[in-house]
Design a protein. Structure first.
Length: 158
């Protein structure tokens, strides 16, 4: 009976350690701040995940693009990406950045980088988020409030 209790305890301990190891996200930043390790997930153009979250190595190049490398068992896949947007409401303690491939191909997927909010890389990535252009037809806009707004003069202001 005690042997069964020890066996169940060992199995529970291993399961707990696997759970904790799965919850920990990798993150490392070089001293110069231009190389770092983080998690990324590919998403399609509709915004649905196209794969699972994976560990990636990122190098910030001199022209502002990012070289993202993902290692697998057999080979390393690398690509050049540009920061397109930052999530306005990221998960607690994290920052999410949307990356698009360079050159932009309408058939390629996007990539989301997930970085801890206290990381020194956040400032570097924030500098690379482009400002939205009012002339760009692809820029997401909020619905107009013209239908609900009073356009006449207010009676209390004459």
């Amino acid at each position: 009976m005690t042997e069964l209790a020890w066996l169940l305890g060992a199995v529970a301990l291993c399961a707990g350690l696997l759970y904790v190891a799965h919850r920990i996200e990798p993150h490392w930043v070089a001293k110069d701040g231009r190389r770092f390790l983080t998690s990324a997930q590919p998403i399609d153009r509709a915004g649905t995940p196209a794969g699972r979250m994976r560990e990636v190595r990122v190098v910030v190049l001199s022209d502002g693009t990012l070289m993202v490398s993902r290692r697998s068992f057999w080979r390393t896949r690398s690509g050049i990406w540009r920061v397109q947007a930052k999530a306005p409401t990221p998960p607690r303690g994290r920052e999410l950045y949307l990356l698009r491939p360079v050159p932009d191909d309408p058939m390629d997927d996007y990539l989301t980088l997930r970085v801890p909010s206290k990381s020194p890389v956040v400032g570097l990535l924030d500098e690379r988020v482009p400002l939205p252009s009012p002339r760009d037809p692809n820029t997401p806009t909020l619905p107009s409030d013209r239908g609900t707004r009073r356009w006449g003069r207010r009676s209390d202001r004459g």
